[in-house]
Design a protein around this ligand. Structure first.
Ligand SMILES: [Ca+2]
Length: 230
């Protein structure tokens, strides 16, 4: 009996650290319990727990208990899930994407957080973005991001879906808090997010690669000279 209890204890200890991140593509929404809104604003409004399962959403320091669905009223400070029914948005992968419209004038960014396990083989985190920039934290450490195309590239970025990549290799196999925050700046106030994923592919390191190719060139040259030697 004691052995059984101990086994249950062990299972509970290990299962506490075995929750993968969920709903990373925002496609797990339950849209059955929404409240109607003015049709001029969109299709509905619902509990964050229903429309954004797995995630916690803060607007400034305020916890957002509800978010919109295909909500698109121009203004500052709303979050909305949307699908391809919404003619204003082209950035939907799978069923839904998430739009965050922060109020940067009052310093009220949106912070989207979730605690989960980073896969053991993960080297990078990827997501797709439309609109202004975001920043990513793992356990409150800033994850440097590569934006492709970059915000300075032409044509202007509101028309282009940006692939975002960040190095998460220090967190492989760990239970962490992932936090995505709407950053200041950008020429449009909104940010549309989709398809967050962990990848076993490492971020290319330009300096390291350049040094590798210089080394390869020197090695090649030394072989040539050796062959030409007496
Ligand atoms: Ca999606």
């Amino acid at each position: 009996m004691r052995a059984t209890n101990f086994l249950i204890f062990l299972i509970s200890v290990f299962s506490a650290n075995a929750d993968p991140f969920q709903n990373l593509g925002f496609d797990d929404a339950n849209t059955n319990n929404m409240e109607a809104v003015d049709p001029a604003w969109g299709e509905g409004w619902g509990a964050t727990a229903d429309l954004l399962p797995g995630w916690n959403l803060l607007w400034g320091s305020k916890e957002e208990d509800s978010i919109g669905f295909n909500y698109s009223i121009p203004g500052l400070g709303y979050a909305s899930l949307y699908n391809s029914n919404n003619p204003n948005w082209r950035h939907v992968e799978g069923q839904y994407a998430l739009e965050l419209y922060p109020d940067n004038y009052r310093n009220m960014p949106y912070s989207l957080t979730q605690i989960g396990d980073v896969p053991g083989e993960a080297k990078s985190i990827t997501l797709t973005l439309l609109g202004g920039p975001v920043v990513v934290y793992m356990n409150d450490s800033l994850v440097p991001l590569i934006f492709n195309p970059d915000f300075n590239d032409y044509p202007p970025y509101p028309d282009r879906i940006i692939s975002v990549t960040g190095d998460v290799s220090p967190f492989s196999g760990q239970t962490v808090e992932l936090k995505i925050v709407t950053a200041e700046g950008g020429i449009v106030p909104w940010r549309s997010l989709d398809s967050i994923a962990f990848s076993p592919l490492a971020i290319p390191e330009p300096t390291g690669s350049a040094l590798f190719f210089v080394g390869l060139l020197l090695f090649g040259l030394s072989c040539v000279y050796r062959n030409k030697g007496p």
